[in-house]
Every structure is written in structure tokens, then in C-alpha cells.
Ligand binder design. Structure first.
Ligand code: SAM
Length: 300
């Protein structure tokens, strides 16, 4: 579902809200700085600073299988009240193994589903023998890589964490997609992209979901505010003439979707097309929207 925000009088700078409705996930309720979520068969309570309102269904919270208690800071450490065994959440062709981790995440960001669907449709729409080349940077446990490989793309998945790559490969096996073309690369995203530019590589689709702060495998520092502009300049050189999309997302940072949109527009200037910027959101049973990340996308 796509909801277009109201534009200021006389301006066309509306932001877009993409509301996710992933198959295996449901946001049941949120409030008092927390969210109650159904990930497949497991019900979790995790901190959610954006949920400044009151819960609408207080009784439902009693049924949680595990609660994370820690700082409000995203990716910050904390502890779980219980440790359910690994379980699997169905995301179409991707069967995602979910796992309790010490930084509150469980291996799946379901709010990305509108991007998975748009990218999958673009890949499926390609005619001819050549398979579209997709680059998934900061790819984590591989949901987008698996969905796009299943749709017929050749995917290059890059992440700095060996653990994340190993988890993504487990997901590939769990999804029955071992025979699908995915290059799993453990590398620093900026270095990898710079090397691909030197090699003259081109991609039909590029996704990037960088964290605010991260480290490459050789301890290279990733700082979104400093490193996003140069990586986007390099990415502009990787965009093929027949490109389908560039999708940029980020969560838990003090920035605006407007600045993301403006930066992507500037980085891809000269390629024509349209940039859309806005927020990703999850919808509760009550219809209330919980904002999760901001995004900017480019389409030809
Ligand atoms: C927010 S997660 C991406 C979520 C993913 N797009 C999804 O929807 O499942 C960020 C990922 O960036 C990786 N990362 C952090 N610093 C990096 C760097 N310098 N180069 C490559 N990957 C990095 C982390 O290991 C982590 O897996």
C-alpha cells in the first residue's frame, strides 16, 4: 500500500509513506516506548522509541514469548526475558530463520516488504535471456537477495559481517534456493563499490540499507553522514543504461527523508528518471502507522 503525504500549497515535495504488509509478520500493538510483534509463530516485545502513544490492546501484551529489555538506542545491548529456539518466518520465496540476538534484532526487517515487492516486480518484468544483475549492499541476512534471486536475478550480496553472511546462506538453504545465483561477499561496502567501479561493472538494480555506524571486516569505519555521499557517487557509475531501480533505506538516524531524496537526486543527476522519498511504516491492527525507516528510490 502506498500513501502519499500532503504537499505544501504550491509545492510538489510530497513524501511517500510505504506501509508494509508482509506475509509472516504482524505488528499487533505499540505504545509506551515498545512494540508487540508477531514474527511467524513467535510474539515479541521490543523497545520502540517512536511509539510515544499508549497501547490500544494492553491485554495482548501478556501473551509475548520474549521481551527485550535494554536501552532505547537502536542496536544497543540488552537482555531477553526468554530465549525461544530459532524459528522460520515465511517471506514468500525467502524462508527467513529468526533468532534472538543481543542487539534486539532477530534477522528480519519486515518493513522492507514494499521494496522487496517493487524490486521483484521490476526483475520479473525483464524480457530476454540476460538475467538482471542486482547489487545488495549492507545485505544482512539476505531477504532481498533471496527474493530477487528467486525472481530470476543474478545477485551480488555484500555485508561486512561473516556472521550475517553465514546466516544469509542458512536462509538460502532453508528457502530451497541453493541452486540460485547469489555471490556472497564479506567486504566493506565502500571498498567493494569502488573496486566494482574500477572493474567497469554495471548493475540493473542496486539496494543499500546502511546502518548509522558500522565497521568493515578490516575495521573500516562506516559513518552514514560522512560515507553516504561518496558511496552514492560511486554507485551512480555502477547504474546500467537499462537500470530498473536504486533503493536506499536507513533506520534510527537523525536525518530527514527530504535530505535523502535530495542526495540521491544529486548523485544520479544526468540519468533522468524520478526520485521518490519518504518513510517505511508498519500498520497495527488498529490501523495506526508505526514509522520504521526512511527511504529514497530512483526509477528510470
Ligand atoms: C540494517 S542491516 C541491513 C538490513 C537488510 N537490508 C534487511 O532488510 O534485512 C545493516 C547491515 O550492514 C552491515 N554493515 C555494517 N557496516 C558495514 C560496512 N562497512 N560494509 C558492509 N556492510 C556493513 C551490518 O553487518 C548489517 O548486516
Amino acid at each position: 500500500m502506498e500513501r502519499i503525504g500532503a504537499a505544501t500549497a504550491g509545492s510538489s515535495h510530497a513524501l511517500t509513506v510505504l506501509v508494509a504488509s508482509p506475509a509472516g509478520y504482524r505488528l499487533i500493538d505499540s505504545g509506551d516506548g515498545q512494540k508487540l510483534e508477531q514474527y511467524g509463530e513467535i510474539r515479541l516485545v521490543r523497545p520502540e522509541p517512536q511509539a510515544m502513544w499508549r497501547p490500544t490492546d494492553p491485554a495482548a501484551w501478556e501473551s509475548a514469548d520474549a521481551r527485550f529489555e535494554g536501552t532505547d538506542e537502536d542496536d544497543g545491548p540488552g537482555r531477553w526475558s526468554a530465549k525461544p529456539d530459532d524459528w522460520t518466518v515465511d517471506c514468500g520465496p525467502a524462508k527467513m530463520i529468526c533468532r534472538i540476538t543481543s542487539n534486539r534484532h532477530v534477522g528480519l526487517f519486515p518493513e522492507q516488504q514494499p521494496h522487496w515487492d517493487a524490486a521483484r516486480r521490476a526483475v520479473e518484468g525483464v524480457e530476454g535471456a540476460e538475467r538482471p544483475q542486482i547489487l545488495n549492499l549492507f545485505g544482512y541476512t539476505g531477504a532481498a537477495s533471496l527474493i530477487l534471486a528467486a525472481a530470476g536475478a543474478e545477485v551480488t550480496h555484500v555485508d561486512a559481517s561473516k556472521k550475517a553472511i553465514a546466516w544469509a546462506r542458512e536462509n538460502q538453504t532453508a528457502s530451497g534456493l541453493d541452486d540460485h545465483a547469489i555471490r556472497w561477499i564479506c567486504d566493506d561496502a565502500s571498498k567493494f563499490v569502488a573496486r566494482e567501479v574500477r572493474r567497469g561493472r554495471r548493475y540493473q538494480g542496486i539496494l543499500l540499507d546502511p546502518p548509522k555506524f558500522g565497521r568493515g571486516p578490516k575495521n573500516e569505519v562506516w559513518n552514514l553522514f560522512e560515507d553516504l555521499p561518496p558511496i552514492l557517487s560511486d554507485i551512480a557509475e555502477l547504474v546500467a543504461d537499462d537500470a530498473l531501480f536504486v533503493i536506499l533505506t536507513a533506520y534510527a538516524i537523525r536525518a530527514s527523508a527530504l535530505s535523502f531524496g535530495r542526495l540521491l537526486e544529486e548523485s544520479l543527476a544526468g540519468k533522468g528518471g524520478t526520485v521518490t522519498a519518504g518513510e517505511l511504516a508498519l500498520e497495527e491492527a488498529s490501523g495506526r502507522l508505526l514509522p520504521t525507516s526512511m527511504f529514497a528510490t530512483w526509477r528510470p
